[in-house]
Design a protein. Structure first.
Lengths: 93, 381
């Protein structure tokens, strides 16, 4: 039985999978941003050691997100939030 | 130990019924199942049941009759019906009762489920950020599966097309209009790559089953169906579930695979012997992945299977012959027993326009739900 203990994971990784949240989640618990709901990108990011972290990619065009793109952590205040680090990695995996 | 048979099944109508409560749908299903068995409520010696959002099953005694029997409430997410069935199965196996009723029911409001992070052991930020949405899980899981195993969006659409076709020939289904794969693909993205018509919707319905020892099954009114295997499991380490904040390195494990393997081992029957299967189809992608997790095909083979109509009613493995959750909706507590109802109806040869040809002998049911529960049965005549 694997023991669970906290580990520090890298802030950079590759998109392992993703979806686009196209509809506004129900409130509560969702709190829409000041400008109102906009579709956002939900990701699992695979770090170098193979751990996959769920988070949100901010500032990305939902239609340009691809598995394999490199993303970098910008905040973990609510959930892990990433930005695409290098648009040229689109489509690679 | 005693072998167990299903001697009665009943369902309410599925789909929105504004005039009826969830409990009333449950009572309809129970009375239909009792009539199918040719017995009355006073003949029932023990009962198990539950709903996710429509109240406690044991309160149904105020409508069914105050006979004083033990009635145990079961609350196990999407596995509620399956878990209640397994509890009833063991009551018969152990000799505690000779006639057991199992019931599941629900009535959900429109739209996606609204779930609170604290109830799931998660920080509040997960909810305020917009990640307490179950459909995101199904979308991210199938997205990676498509990437790894070469499944195309067209194949996702074919699963839904089949579901709506089967719903169109099932008088009890909610969604009775056949839709083409092209219409499914064009219905608008909900959570990419899954479109609106690829998802089931939270819905309404009740389903009930009567169990008895197999050596007494002949005294009931309808043809009995044997329970050869019945297993529920919770998630193992490394499985990808609804609301997983992280996944460990390595291959993913699967609670559905654990439950299915357990049910087949108990039955001494293999997946290749199954003539008709009901698999949790929360969305098209879930049915695709559950085909392989339950042992029916290798990862990636679904692309060919769907193209060749292998899961259609007249195919090599008919799947979700009543239209599944996609055409019947998802009343959480009822779906597992709706699957049992459908397999029993098929094995009795009484499914009418949607009857699987050739006299099916072995059926399989599978439910899966958050946060990683699964229940499977192997049924046979």
């Amino acid at each position: 039985v694997p023991a669970i203990e906290p580990v520090t994971v890298a802030g950079e990784g590759k998109i392992w999978s993703y979806t686009v949240q196209r509809f506004a989640p129900k409130s509560p618990p969702y709190e829409a941003p000041a400008g109102g709901f906009q579709p956002f990108v939900v990701v699992y990011v695979e770090t170098g050691d193979g751990i996959r972290i769920e988070g949100i990619v901010d500032g990305a065009d939902p239609d340009q997100v691809r598995i394999g793109q490199v993303v970098r952590l910008t905040s973990a205040a609510d959930v892990p939030r990433y930005r695409i680090a290098d648009v040229s990695t689109g489509g690679a995996s | 130990m005693t072998d167990v048979s299903i001697v009665g099944v009943g369902v309410s109508r599925f789909g929105r019924q504004p005039a009826l409560t969830g409990r009333q749908l449950a009572v309809q299903a129970v009375l239909t199942a009792l009539a199918d068995a040719g017995i009355g409520w006073p003949d029932v010696q023990a009962a198990y049941g539950g709903s996710d959002a429509s109240g406690l099953a044991d309160t149904l005694v105020s409508d069914l009759g105050l006979t004083g029997i033990p009635f145990t409430n079961v609350k196990n997410g999407c596995a509620t019906g399956g878990s209640a069935l397994i509890a009833g199965y063991h009551a018969i196996r152990s000799g505690a009762a000779d006639v057991v009723l199992v019931v599941g029911f629900d009535k959900h409001p429109r739209g996606a489920f609204d779930l609170m992070p604290a109830d799931w052991g998660l920080p509040d930020g997960v909810g305020s950020a917009g990640l307490m949405v179950t459909t995101q899980f199904f979308a991210t899981k199938i997205r990676r599966y498509m990437h790894d195993h070469g499944i195309t969006p067209g194949t996702l659409a074919l699963v839904a097309e089949k579901a709506y076709h089967n719903g169109s020939i099932n008088p009890n289904a909610w969604r009775r209009q056949a839709l083409t794969a092209a219409e499914v693909l064009a219905s608008g993205m909900v959570n990419d790559p899954l479109t609106r018509f690829m998802f089931c919707s939270p819905g309404e319905g009740g389903a009930a089953v009567v169990l008895a020892p197999s050596d007494q099954a002949g005294r009931f009114a309808s043809r009995p169906v044997g329970i050869r295997g019945a297993v529920s499991r919770t998630r193992p380490f490394g499985s990808f579930e609804v609301f997983s904040p992280w996944l460990p390195p390595g291959e993913l494990s699967s609670v559905s695979a654990l439950a299915a393997r357990g049910a087949f081992e108990m039955a001494g029957i293999g997946p290749e012997e199954v003539d008709v299967a009901q698999l949790q189809d929360t969305d098209s992608g879930a049915e695709i992945m559950h085909l392989s997790e339950c042992g029916f095909c290798a990862d990636g083979e679904q692309e060919k299977w769907l193209r060749e109509r292998a899961t259609h009613i007249d195919g090599q493995l008919p799947v979700n012959t009543d239209g599944g959750c996609i055409a019947n909706g998802e009343p959480i507590g009822a779906s597992g027993l709706r699957q049992i109802h459908e397999v029993v109806t098929q094995l009795r040869g009484r499914a009418g326009a949607r009857q699987v040809p050739g006299g099916p002998k072995v059926g399989f049911t599978h439910v899966y739900g958050a946060p990683g529960v699964s229940a499977c049965t192997v049924l046979a005549v």
